[in-house]
Ligand binder design. Structure first.
Ligand SMILES: [Zn+2]
Length: 471
Protein backbone atom coordinates (compact mmCIF):
# COMPACT_ATOMS: atom_id res chain seq x y z
CA UNK A 1 0.00 0.00 0.00
CA UNK A 2 1.38 3.38 -0.98
CA UNK A 3 1.97 6.11 1.54
CA UNK A 4 -0.41 9.06 1.69
CA UNK A 5 0.66 11.92 -0.54
CA UNK A 6 -0.26 15.57 -0.27
CA UNK A 7 0.32 17.36 -3.56
CA UNK A 8 0.44 21.06 -2.78
CA UNK A 9 -0.01 24.28 -4.72
CA UNK A 10 -0.66 22.82 -8.14
CA UNK A 11 -3.15 23.97 -10.75
CA UNK A 12 -5.74 21.20 -10.90
CA UNK A 13 -7.59 20.30 -14.08
CA UNK A 14 -10.94 18.77 -13.09
CA UNK A 15 -14.33 18.34 -14.78
CA UNK A 16 -15.58 21.22 -12.59
CA UNK A 17 -12.91 23.55 -13.85
CA UNK A 18 -9.30 24.57 -13.46
CA UNK A 19 -8.22 25.99 -10.10
CA UNK A 20 -5.30 26.07 -7.73
CA UNK A 21 -5.49 23.60 -4.93
CA UNK A 22 -4.17 20.40 -3.45
CA UNK A 23 -4.70 16.70 -4.01
CA UNK A 24 -4.53 14.12 -1.25
CA UNK A 25 -4.01 10.46 -2.06
CA UNK A 26 -4.62 7.65 0.38
CA UNK A 27 -3.36 4.24 -0.61
CA UNK A 28 -4.13 3.70 -4.25
CA UNK A 29 -6.89 6.28 -4.67
CA UNK A 30 -7.55 10.01 -4.54
CA UNK A 31 -8.93 11.04 -1.14
CA UNK A 32 -9.50 14.76 -1.67
CA UNK A 33 -9.24 17.38 -4.40
CA UNK A 34 -9.11 21.14 -3.85
CA UNK A 35 -9.23 21.97 -0.16
CA UNK A 36 -7.10 19.58 1.86
CA UNK A 37 -6.76 20.08 5.61
CA UNK A 38 -3.44 19.71 7.46
CA UNK A 39 -2.11 16.22 6.80
CA UNK A 40 0.75 15.51 9.15
CA UNK A 41 1.17 11.91 8.02
CA UNK A 42 1.32 12.51 4.29
CA UNK A 43 4.41 12.86 2.14
CA UNK A 44 4.36 16.36 0.67
CA UNK A 45 4.88 16.91 -3.04
CA UNK A 46 5.28 20.51 -4.15
CA UNK A 47 3.55 21.19 -7.47
CA UNK A 48 4.11 24.96 -7.57
CA UNK A 49 4.12 26.16 -11.16
CA UNK A 50 2.78 22.82 -12.41
CA UNK A 51 -0.53 21.40 -13.50
CA UNK A 52 -1.87 18.32 -11.77
CA UNK A 53 -3.56 16.13 -14.37
CA UNK A 54 -5.14 12.69 -14.42
CA UNK A 55 -2.78 10.11 -15.95
CA UNK A 56 -2.99 9.70 -19.71
CA UNK A 57 -5.02 6.87 -21.26
CA UNK A 58 -3.71 5.63 -24.62
CA UNK A 59 -6.34 3.34 -26.11
CA UNK A 60 -4.44 2.48 -29.27
CA UNK A 61 -1.02 0.89 -28.82
CA UNK A 62 0.76 -2.09 -30.35
CA UNK A 63 3.54 -2.47 -27.82
CA UNK A 64 4.29 -6.09 -28.57
CA UNK A 65 3.25 -6.61 -32.18
CA UNK A 66 4.63 -9.57 -34.11
CA UNK A 67 3.90 -10.15 -37.78
CA UNK A 68 5.70 -13.28 -38.93
CA UNK A 69 9.43 -12.58 -38.66
CA UNK A 70 8.85 -8.91 -37.95
CA UNK A 71 8.59 -7.63 -34.42
CA UNK A 72 8.29 -4.19 -32.87
CA UNK A 73 11.38 -3.09 -31.01
CA UNK A 74 10.05 -2.23 -27.57
CA UNK A 75 7.81 -5.00 -26.19
CA UNK A 76 5.50 -4.56 -23.20
CA UNK A 77 8.01 -3.67 -20.50
CA UNK A 78 9.94 -0.99 -22.38
CA UNK A 79 6.78 0.25 -24.07
CA UNK A 80 4.98 0.73 -20.75
CA UNK A 81 8.04 2.42 -19.22
CA UNK A 82 8.12 4.86 -22.15
CA UNK A 83 4.40 5.51 -21.73
CA UNK A 84 4.94 6.35 -18.04
CA UNK A 85 7.72 8.80 -18.92
CA UNK A 86 5.27 10.59 -21.18
CA UNK A 87 2.51 10.73 -18.54
CA UNK A 88 0.44 7.79 -19.75
CA UNK A 89 -0.62 5.48 -16.94
CA UNK A 90 -3.11 3.28 -18.80
CA UNK A 91 -2.91 1.59 -22.18
CA UNK A 92 -5.44 -0.46 -24.06
CA UNK A 93 -3.42 -2.53 -26.46
CA UNK A 94 -4.47 -3.92 -29.83
CA UNK A 95 -3.11 -7.45 -30.39
CA UNK A 96 -2.11 -8.67 -33.82
CA UNK A 97 -4.23 -11.43 -35.33
CA UNK A 98 -3.74 -14.82 -33.70
CA UNK A 99 -3.26 -18.23 -35.34
CA UNK A 100 -5.64 -18.74 -38.27
CA UNK A 101 -9.08 -19.79 -37.09
CA UNK A 102 -8.40 -19.07 -33.41
CA UNK A 103 -11.30 -18.07 -31.20
CA UNK A 104 -12.10 -14.52 -30.07
CA UNK A 105 -10.69 -14.98 -26.57
CA UNK A 106 -7.35 -16.27 -27.81
CA UNK A 107 -5.41 -13.05 -28.38
CA UNK A 108 -6.69 -10.96 -25.45
CA UNK A 109 -5.99 -13.82 -23.04
CA UNK A 110 -2.53 -14.41 -24.50
CA UNK A 111 -1.74 -10.70 -24.22
CA UNK A 112 -3.05 -10.56 -20.67
CA UNK A 113 -0.58 -13.26 -19.68
CA UNK A 114 2.31 -11.27 -21.16
CA UNK A 115 1.20 -7.97 -19.63
CA UNK A 116 0.80 -9.51 -16.16
CA UNK A 117 4.54 -10.19 -16.14
CA UNK A 118 5.77 -7.12 -17.99
CA UNK A 119 3.54 -4.12 -17.43
CA UNK A 120 4.42 -1.18 -15.20
CA UNK A 121 1.18 0.71 -15.88
CA UNK A 122 -2.45 -0.44 -15.92
CA UNK A 123 -3.81 -2.05 -19.03
CA UNK A 124 -6.76 -3.33 -20.95
CA UNK A 125 -6.76 -5.32 -24.16
CA UNK A 126 -8.98 -5.07 -27.22
CA UNK A 127 -10.23 -8.19 -28.96
CA UNK A 128 -9.74 -8.63 -32.70
CA UNK A 129 -12.15 -10.13 -35.22
CA UNK A 130 -10.28 -12.31 -37.70
CA UNK A 131 -13.25 -14.13 -39.14
CA UNK A 132 -16.96 -14.31 -38.40
CA UNK A 133 -19.06 -17.39 -37.83
CA UNK A 134 -21.66 -18.57 -35.32
CA UNK A 135 -19.02 -19.65 -32.81
CA UNK A 136 -17.23 -16.28 -32.88
CA UNK A 137 -20.50 -14.37 -32.49
CA UNK A 138 -21.48 -16.63 -29.58
CA UNK A 139 -18.25 -15.74 -27.77
CA UNK A 140 -18.93 -12.00 -27.72
CA UNK A 141 -21.02 -11.84 -24.51
CA UNK A 142 -18.41 -13.64 -22.42
CA UNK A 143 -15.59 -11.59 -23.95
CA UNK A 144 -17.36 -8.41 -22.85
CA UNK A 145 -18.18 -9.81 -19.40
CA UNK A 146 -14.53 -10.68 -18.88
CA UNK A 147 -13.58 -7.03 -19.29
CA UNK A 148 -12.59 -7.00 -22.96
CA UNK A 149 -15.45 -4.73 -23.96
CA UNK A 150 -14.09 -3.59 -27.33
CA UNK A 151 -12.72 -5.36 -30.38
CA UNK A 152 -11.09 -4.37 -33.64
CA UNK A 153 -12.50 -4.85 -37.11
CA UNK A 154 -10.24 -4.39 -40.15
CA UNK A 155 -11.74 -3.24 -43.43
CA UNK A 156 -8.45 -4.02 -45.17
CA UNK A 157 -5.59 -6.57 -44.81
CA UNK A 158 -5.81 -10.36 -44.77
CA UNK A 159 -8.21 -10.61 -41.86
CA UNK A 160 -10.62 -7.94 -43.12
CA UNK A 161 -14.36 -8.35 -42.76
CA UNK A 162 -16.89 -7.65 -45.52
CA UNK A 163 -20.01 -5.55 -44.89
CA UNK A 164 -22.32 -8.54 -44.29
CA UNK A 165 -19.95 -9.80 -41.61
CA UNK A 166 -19.60 -6.34 -40.10
CA UNK A 167 -23.35 -6.13 -39.77
CA UNK A 168 -23.50 -9.39 -37.83
CA UNK A 169 -20.66 -8.25 -35.58
CA UNK A 170 -22.37 -4.93 -34.88
CA UNK A 171 -25.66 -6.59 -33.99
CA UNK A 172 -23.94 -8.99 -31.61
CA UNK A 173 -21.70 -6.30 -30.06
CA UNK A 174 -24.67 -4.02 -29.51
CA UNK A 175 -26.58 -6.75 -27.69
CA UNK A 176 -23.60 -7.66 -25.52
CA UNK A 177 -22.42 -4.13 -24.65
CA UNK A 178 -19.33 -4.36 -26.83
CA UNK A 179 -17.81 -1.58 -28.93
CA UNK A 180 -16.40 -2.36 -32.37
CA UNK A 181 -13.32 -0.31 -33.34
CA UNK A 182 -12.69 0.06 -37.06
CA UNK A 183 -9.57 0.38 -39.16
CA UNK A 184 -11.34 2.12 -42.04
CA UNK A 185 -9.63 1.80 -45.42
CA UNK A 186 -11.16 0.64 -48.70
CA UNK A 187 -9.26 -2.56 -49.41
CA UNK A 188 -10.35 -3.08 -53.01
CA UNK A 189 -9.33 0.38 -54.18
CA UNK A 190 -6.02 0.26 -52.31
CA UNK A 191 -5.19 -3.15 -53.77
CA UNK A 192 -5.98 -1.89 -57.25
CA UNK A 193 -3.74 1.17 -56.87
CA UNK A 194 -0.87 -0.78 -55.32
CA UNK A 195 -0.89 -3.22 -58.20
CA UNK A 196 -1.03 -0.39 -60.72
CA UNK A 197 1.89 1.49 -59.16
CA UNK A 198 3.93 -1.69 -58.89
CA UNK A 199 3.34 -2.51 -62.56
CA UNK A 200 4.72 0.89 -63.49
CA UNK A 201 7.71 0.53 -61.20
CA UNK A 202 6.48 3.16 -58.75
CA UNK A 203 7.77 1.60 -55.55
CA UNK A 204 9.29 4.53 -53.63
CA UNK A 205 7.83 5.39 -50.18
CA UNK A 206 5.65 8.22 -51.57
CA UNK A 207 3.63 5.61 -53.46
CA UNK A 208 2.62 4.14 -50.15
CA UNK A 209 0.65 7.35 -49.60
CA UNK A 210 -0.49 7.67 -53.21
CA UNK A 211 -1.91 4.14 -53.17
CA UNK A 212 -4.09 4.95 -50.16
CA UNK A 213 -5.72 8.26 -51.17
CA UNK A 214 -7.95 10.15 -48.77
CA UNK A 215 -11.17 8.95 -50.35
CA UNK A 216 -10.26 5.32 -49.50
CA UNK A 217 -10.63 6.29 -45.83
CA UNK A 218 -13.76 8.38 -46.33
CA UNK A 219 -15.50 5.70 -48.45
CA UNK A 220 -14.79 3.02 -45.87
CA UNK A 221 -16.08 5.20 -43.02
CA UNK A 222 -19.25 5.80 -45.05
CA UNK A 223 -19.87 2.04 -45.28
CA UNK A 224 -19.26 1.63 -41.54
CA UNK A 225 -21.52 4.60 -40.68
CA UNK A 226 -24.31 3.15 -42.84
CA UNK A 227 -24.01 -0.18 -41.03
CA UNK A 228 -24.07 1.64 -37.69
CA UNK A 229 -27.26 3.40 -38.79
CA UNK A 230 -28.81 0.13 -39.96
CA UNK A 231 -28.03 -1.79 -36.76
CA UNK A 232 -28.29 1.03 -34.21
CA UNK A 233 -24.86 0.03 -32.88
CA UNK A 234 -22.14 2.50 -31.95
CA UNK A 235 -18.95 2.41 -33.98
CA UNK A 236 -15.50 3.72 -33.10
CA UNK A 237 -13.14 4.82 -35.88
CA UNK A 238 -9.45 4.42 -35.00
CA UNK A 239 -6.70 6.67 -36.35
CA UNK A 240 -8.79 9.06 -38.44
CA UNK A 241 -6.36 10.76 -40.80
CA UNK A 242 -8.28 12.86 -43.34
CA UNK A 243 -10.51 15.90 -43.57
CA UNK A 244 -12.68 13.92 -46.00
CA UNK A 245 -13.19 11.16 -43.44
CA UNK A 246 -13.99 13.77 -40.80
CA UNK A 247 -16.67 15.26 -43.06
CA UNK A 248 -18.33 11.84 -43.33
CA UNK A 249 -18.24 11.51 -39.54
CA UNK A 250 -19.76 14.97 -39.03
CA UNK A 251 -22.56 14.20 -41.49
CA UNK A 252 -23.24 10.84 -39.85
CA UNK A 253 -23.38 12.38 -36.36
CA UNK A 254 -25.78 15.02 -37.66
CA UNK A 255 -28.16 12.34 -38.87
CA UNK A 256 -28.02 10.56 -35.52
CA UNK A 257 -25.49 7.82 -36.27
CA UNK A 258 -23.56 6.79 -33.16
CA UNK A 259 -20.00 7.21 -34.32
CA UNK A 260 -16.91 8.11 -32.29
CA UNK A 261 -13.59 9.16 -33.77
CA UNK A 262 -9.98 8.89 -32.66
CA UNK A 263 -6.94 10.50 -34.28
CA UNK A 264 -3.20 10.38 -33.58
CA UNK A 265 -0.40 12.99 -33.32
CA UNK A 266 1.21 11.97 -36.61
CA UNK A 267 -1.94 12.89 -38.56
CA UNK A 268 -2.18 16.22 -36.77
CA UNK A 269 1.44 17.24 -37.13
CA UNK A 270 3.06 15.56 -40.14
CA UNK A 271 2.20 15.40 -43.82
CA UNK A 272 3.06 13.33 -46.87
CA UNK A 273 6.07 15.47 -47.78
CA UNK A 274 7.88 13.22 -45.27
CA UNK A 275 7.82 10.39 -47.85
CA UNK A 276 9.95 12.47 -50.21
CA UNK A 277 12.76 12.77 -47.68
CA UNK A 278 15.79 10.47 -47.93
CA UNK A 279 14.51 8.64 -44.85
CA UNK A 280 10.92 8.60 -46.13
CA UNK A 281 10.71 4.92 -45.31
CA UNK A 282 10.41 5.80 -41.62
CA UNK A 283 6.92 7.18 -42.23
CA UNK A 284 5.41 4.05 -43.75
CA UNK A 285 2.27 3.48 -41.71
CA UNK A 286 -1.39 2.89 -42.48
CA UNK A 287 -3.26 5.07 -42.92
CA UNK A 288 -0.43 7.09 -44.44
CA UNK A 289 0.52 10.68 -43.69
CA UNK A 290 -1.73 12.95 -45.72
CA UNK A 291 -1.48 16.05 -47.85
CA UNK A 292 -0.97 19.30 -46.01
CA UNK A 293 -4.28 20.73 -44.79
CA UNK A 294 -5.68 17.50 -43.39
CA UNK A 295 -3.88 18.14 -40.10
CA UNK A 296 -5.57 21.51 -39.60
CA UNK A 297 -8.94 19.94 -40.41
CA UNK A 298 -8.34 17.32 -37.72
CA UNK A 299 -7.32 19.97 -35.16
CA UNK A 300 -10.63 21.70 -35.86
CA UNK A 301 -12.40 18.37 -35.34
CA UNK A 302 -10.71 17.97 -31.95
CA UNK A 303 -11.71 21.47 -30.90
CA UNK A 304 -15.35 21.24 -31.98
CA UNK A 305 -16.00 17.79 -30.51
CA UNK A 306 -16.26 15.80 -33.76
CA UNK A 307 -13.16 13.84 -32.74
CA UNK A 308 -13.19 12.62 -29.15
CA UNK A 309 -9.86 10.85 -28.60
CA UNK A 310 -6.16 11.28 -29.33
CA UNK A 311 -4.34 7.93 -29.16
CA UNK A 312 -1.04 6.94 -30.79
CA UNK A 313 -1.20 3.70 -32.80
CA UNK A 314 2.30 3.27 -31.36
CA UNK A 315 3.98 0.51 -33.37
CA UNK A 316 7.75 0.63 -33.15
CA UNK A 317 9.10 -1.19 -36.16
CA UNK A 318 12.66 0.15 -36.20
CA UNK A 319 14.21 2.09 -39.06
CA UNK A 320 16.82 -0.67 -39.25
CA UNK A 321 14.08 -3.24 -39.86
CA UNK A 322 12.25 -1.03 -42.32
CA UNK A 323 15.49 -0.75 -44.32
CA UNK A 324 16.17 -4.45 -44.01
CA UNK A 325 12.75 -5.63 -45.17
CA UNK A 326 11.68 -3.12 -47.77
CA UNK A 327 14.02 -4.17 -50.63
CA UNK A 328 13.16 -1.13 -52.71
CA UNK A 329 9.41 -1.82 -52.58
CA UNK A 330 7.18 0.24 -50.27
CA UNK A 331 4.78 -2.71 -50.01
CA UNK A 332 7.36 -4.79 -48.15
CA UNK A 333 8.30 -2.29 -45.42
CA UNK A 334 6.81 -2.98 -41.98
CA UNK A 335 4.31 -0.21 -41.22
CA UNK A 336 4.05 1.77 -38.03
CA UNK A 337 5.89 4.32 -35.92
CA UNK A 338 6.49 4.96 -32.21
CA UNK A 339 4.87 7.76 -30.19
CA UNK A 340 3.57 6.39 -26.90
CA UNK A 341 5.95 8.64 -24.95
CA UNK A 342 5.29 11.87 -26.84
CA UNK A 343 1.49 11.92 -27.13
CA UNK A 344 0.74 14.24 -24.21
CA UNK A 345 3.74 16.55 -24.69
CA UNK A 346 3.00 16.96 -28.42
CA UNK A 347 -0.68 17.66 -27.90
CA UNK A 348 0.07 20.09 -25.08
CA UNK A 349 2.85 21.89 -26.94
CA UNK A 350 1.17 22.06 -30.35
CA UNK A 351 -2.42 22.13 -29.11
CA UNK A 352 -2.71 24.00 -25.81
CA UNK A 353 0.30 26.32 -26.11
CA UNK A 354 -0.56 27.22 -29.70
CA UNK A 355 -4.16 28.04 -28.85
CA UNK A 356 -5.78 25.18 -30.79
CA UNK A 357 -7.13 23.46 -27.68
CA UNK A 358 -8.08 24.53 -24.18
CA UNK A 359 -6.35 22.82 -21.30
CA UNK A 360 -9.63 21.18 -20.36
CA UNK A 361 -10.11 19.87 -23.88
CA UNK A 362 -6.56 18.50 -23.86
CA UNK A 363 -7.30 16.46 -20.74
CA UNK A 364 -10.58 15.23 -22.24
CA UNK A 365 -8.83 14.05 -25.40
CA UNK A 366 -5.88 12.27 -23.83
CA UNK A 367 -7.46 10.96 -20.65
CA UNK A 368 -11.14 11.47 -19.74
CA UNK A 369 -12.80 10.63 -23.08
CA UNK A 370 -10.80 7.48 -23.83
CA UNK A 371 -11.47 6.30 -20.26
CA UNK A 372 -15.22 6.90 -20.67
CA UNK A 373 -15.46 5.22 -24.05
CA UNK A 374 -13.42 2.20 -23.04
CA UNK A 375 -15.32 1.53 -19.79
CA UNK A 376 -12.80 2.57 -17.12
CA UNK A 377 -14.24 5.93 -16.00
CA UNK A 378 -14.20 7.31 -13.28
CA UNK A 379 -11.61 4.82 -12.04
CA UNK A 380 -9.31 6.40 -14.64
CA UNK A 381 -9.27 9.73 -16.46
CA UNK A 382 -10.35 12.15 -13.74
CA UNK A 383 -9.19 13.99 -10.63
CA UNK A 384 -11.92 13.22 -8.15
CA UNK A 385 -12.18 11.45 -4.79
CA UNK A 386 -12.41 7.69 -5.23
CA UNK A 387 -10.63 7.60 -8.59
CA UNK A 388 -7.31 5.80 -8.88
CA UNK A 389 -4.47 8.12 -7.89
CA UNK A 390 -2.94 8.08 -11.38
CA UNK A 391 -1.54 11.59 -11.51
CA UNK A 392 0.89 13.63 -13.50
CA UNK A 393 2.72 16.62 -12.12
CA UNK A 394 2.96 18.46 -15.41
CA UNK A 395 5.63 21.08 -15.90
CA UNK A 396 4.38 23.42 -18.64
CA UNK A 397 7.78 25.08 -18.96
CA UNK A 398 9.92 21.95 -19.37
CA UNK A 399 11.40 21.78 -22.87
CA UNK A 400 12.97 18.93 -24.73
CA UNK A 401 14.04 18.28 -28.30
CA UNK A 402 12.68 14.90 -29.34
CA UNK A 403 15.25 12.31 -30.37
CA UNK A 404 15.86 8.62 -29.68
CA UNK A 405 18.44 9.73 -27.08
CA UNK A 406 16.11 12.11 -25.25
CA UNK A 407 13.29 9.55 -25.07
CA UNK A 408 12.92 6.13 -23.47
CA UNK A 409 11.05 4.40 -26.27
CA UNK A 410 13.19 1.53 -27.49
CA UNK A 411 13.33 2.55 -31.10
CA UNK A 412 16.13 3.89 -33.29
CA UNK A 413 14.00 6.76 -34.61
CA UNK A 414 10.74 8.55 -34.04
CA UNK A 415 8.51 10.43 -36.47
CA UNK A 416 8.86 13.64 -34.45
CA UNK A 417 12.65 13.64 -34.11
CA UNK A 418 14.07 17.15 -34.00
CA UNK A 419 10.88 18.81 -32.74
CA UNK A 420 11.21 21.13 -29.77
CA UNK A 421 8.36 20.29 -27.42
CA UNK A 422 7.31 22.26 -24.36
CA UNK A 423 5.42 20.67 -21.45
CA UNK A 424 6.54 17.36 -19.93
CA UNK A 425 5.70 15.36 -16.83
CA UNK A 426 7.87 16.08 -13.82
CA UNK A 427 6.43 13.11 -11.93
CA UNK A 428 4.11 10.30 -12.92
CA UNK A 429 2.11 8.41 -10.31
CA UNK A 430 0.26 5.11 -10.70
CA UNK A 431 -2.35 4.25 -8.05
CA UNK A 432 -0.63 6.43 -5.46
CA UNK A 433 2.91 5.21 -6.18
CA UNK A 434 5.42 7.46 -7.92
CA UNK A 435 6.85 5.64 -10.93
CA UNK A 436 8.76 8.48 -12.64
CA UNK A 437 10.55 11.31 -10.81
CA UNK A 438 13.85 13.19 -10.87
CA UNK A 439 14.62 11.82 -14.30
CA UNK A 440 14.41 8.27 -13.05
CA UNK A 441 11.97 5.48 -13.67
CA UNK A 442 11.26 3.72 -10.37
CA UNK A 443 8.22 1.56 -11.16
CA UNK A 444 8.28 -2.22 -10.85
CA UNK A 445 7.97 -4.72 -13.66
CA UNK A 446 4.68 -6.57 -13.36
CA UNK A 447 3.06 -3.94 -11.13
CA UNK A 448 0.51 -2.86 -13.75
CA UNK A 449 -3.00 -4.21 -13.25
CA UNK A 450 -5.50 -5.65 -15.68
CA UNK A 451 -8.53 -3.40 -16.05
CA UNK A 452 -11.86 -5.16 -16.00
CA UNK A 453 -13.56 -2.78 -18.41
CA UNK A 454 -17.30 -2.12 -18.16
CA UNK A 455 -19.60 -2.70 -21.14
CA UNK A 456 -19.89 0.23 -23.52
CA UNK A 457 -22.62 2.73 -22.66
CA UNK A 458 -24.62 3.87 -25.63
CA UNK A 459 -24.78 7.56 -24.74
CA UNK A 460 -21.00 7.94 -24.47
CA UNK A 461 -19.73 10.79 -26.66
CA UNK A 462 -21.58 9.94 -29.83
CA UNK A 463 -22.78 13.37 -30.83
CA UNK A 464 -20.28 16.20 -30.38
CA UNK A 465 -18.83 15.58 -26.98
CA UNK A 466 -19.48 17.94 -24.12
CA UNK A 467 -16.33 20.08 -24.03
CA UNK A 468 -16.21 20.46 -27.78
CA UNK A 469 -17.11 23.65 -29.55
CA UNK A 470 -17.58 25.96 -26.59
CA UNK A 471 -14.07 26.25 -25.24
ZN1 LIG B 1 -3.23 0.26 -34.91
Amino acid sequence: MSTKKHIKNGTLVTPEGIFSGDVLTDGSTIAAVGEVGPESTAEVIDATGCYVLPGGVDVHTHLNLKLGDRQVSDGFYAGCVAAAWGGTTTIIDHPEAGPAGCNLHHQPEYYRGLLEKESVIDYGIHGVFQHVDEAILAEIPSLVQQGYSSAKVYMTYGNMLVPGEVQRVLEAMKNAGGLAAFHAEDDAEISRLRAEFAENGHLAPIYHAKSRPDYTEADSIKIIADLAAKTGATVYIVHLSTGKGLDVIREAKKSGVKIIAETCPQYLLLDDSCYEKTDGLKYIMAPPLREKGNGEALWAGLADGSISVVATDHCSFSYADKKKFWQGDFRKAPGGSPSVETRLPLLFSEGVLKGRLSLQRFVDLVSANPAKIMGIYPQKGVLQPGADADLIIWDPAAEKIISPESLHQLCDYGPFDGMNVKGWPRKTMLRGTIIVENDRFIGKKGSGQFLQRAPFKDETLCSSDHHGGKR
